[in-house]
Ligand binder design. Sequence first.
Ligand code: C2E
Ligand code: MG
Ligand code: MG
Length: 269
Amino acid sequence: MQARLSERAQLEDELKTAILSGVLTLHYQAQFDRQGRLVGAEALARWPHPQRGWVSPIDFIPLAEESGLIIALGHSVLIQACTLLAIWQSNPATAELTLAVNVSARQFQHADFVDDVLAILRNTGARPHRLKLELTESLLLENVEATIDKMTILRGHGVDFALDDFGTGFSSLTYLKRLPLNQLKIDQSFARDVLTDPSDATLVRTIITLGETFGLGVIAEGVETRAQSDFLTEAGCPILQGYLYGKPMAIEQFKATYLTPQQPDLDTP
Ligand code: C2E
Ligand code: MG
Ligand code: MG
């Protein structure tokens, strides 16, 4: 017990140092429309640890949330993402791309969250309507009114919102109607089992219809095979993301893979 506590304390210390020293970085996973055009990317935090190698966000995001480091982490992630957006928008080949950033419930609920996002947008010069904040349904477990208020302010400045891991949590249609969302992100567990589990196939079709009914965009994540992508495309899912199209990668590799003039799908100058 004591050993576990001190290991945790050490990891927390190291995470803090990684955030403050800028070691904590972002990888980017491409998102495509049904015609195969690159429409944007999702930014995913990555922590290269000197002894442990790459620590997964599945491990360090909960630690950051419990320790309060998520505020500094989220701030650093937003600065990195908005700096990239500002670079993208200065080039006609990338100016239309959007960047999705994950925001944890604790980060979103912090009193300074809205001001922080707006200040980062101002300071980096990134256009708000190219930034998409991914929230999860866990946010709806408490203080829905405050959540709606904050989202409404940011939407007023042009920032978009997606509901991540949709279908896995607490989904009330009433909230879905009231939240100022732009996009539903179908959880990757549904894409994974869409061909083997008829109820997942039905769920995917239902979410796509739900999106259409509420005037929301829909994206499927975790698409790994052509057969899954064919199913999703035929079901009407407009945007797709997953290993089939590419893993999350460092920005240099992202540029080399998707943004070089050889790419036939891109209007490069
Ligand atoms: P998420 O936002 O739902 O991200 C999707 C996860 O699925 C990512 O894992 C991604 O690498 C992985 N993935 C993408 N395509 C596929 C695929 O085809 N198959 C499979 N099996 N997996 C795929 P990752 O990068 O390990 O991130 C895990 C979670 O950590 C994210 O889930 C998100 O909730 C959280 N996270 C990551 N970065 C941040 C961040 O900057 N801030 C916050 N608050 N949370 C973050
Ligand atoms: Mg996400
Ligand atoms: Mg997700």
